[in-house]
Design a protein around this ligand. Sequence first.
Ligand SMILES: CC(=O)N[C@H](C=O)[C@@H](O)[C@H](O)[C@H](O)COP(=O)(O)O
Length: 229
Amino acid sequence: MLLFDTLDAKVKELGGLIVSCQPVPGSPLDKPEIVAAMAQAAVQAGAVAVRIEGVNNLKAARELISVPIIGIIKRDLPDSPVRITPLLDDVDALAQAGADIIAFDGTERPRPVSVAAIIERIHQQGCAAMADCSSLEDGTQCHLLGAEIIGTTLSGYTTDVVPEAPDFPLVRALSAKGYRVIAEGRFNSPALAAQAIQHGAWAVTVGSAITRLEHICQWYRDALAGAAV
Ligand SMILES: CC(=O)N[C@H](C=O)[C@@H](O)[C@H](O)[C@H](O)COP(=O)(O)O
């Protein structure tokens, strides 16, 4: 795929940082023009790709940047825990809005449309498929079904308690299989992101620590409260 020839070269040159530009829902920053500006700033600062949620945000970003955009749509379905790009219509809408890569929930959970059908539709739309996975089993299944990228995105999010640390063992296990792995989920510092590369990841997606101002403020507030004498 031409996309990956170019992207591989960029990852080598600039180091594989992907920035997820997803403001906290309802935040004053949750506006297409602000998401697009965040994406543009991230690219100017050396991000090789960005991850954007929602058609309007994606369209606004597409006008400002030419690096690959990983597009997703999040929805809360009444009868399925699957939130990330669950429907075939979502795939079509993201492709039309200008996504190069479409990410989807690749977990083995009850879902309205099979993973195989989602991947097939992404490819029909001329995009690459990124499977957001929670385990080695998910990743292996999605790789076999043709997903070009396997993300650790959903590790820790399919059970009740979200761990604090990122899932390095999963990054390592998926990378050892020879998959193109994006480490994603709680890589909240440069040091953690660097460790993901050392564990075999091809690239690292960072969201909250770069683009969720409210989360970052909370981390600082917690630290300051703990430091009170
Ligand atoms: C679990 C889920 O729905 N993850 C979402 C996927 O798009 C986003 O909410 C995360 O911000 C993104 O994966 C980046 O991760 P982090 O914000 O930890 O750097």
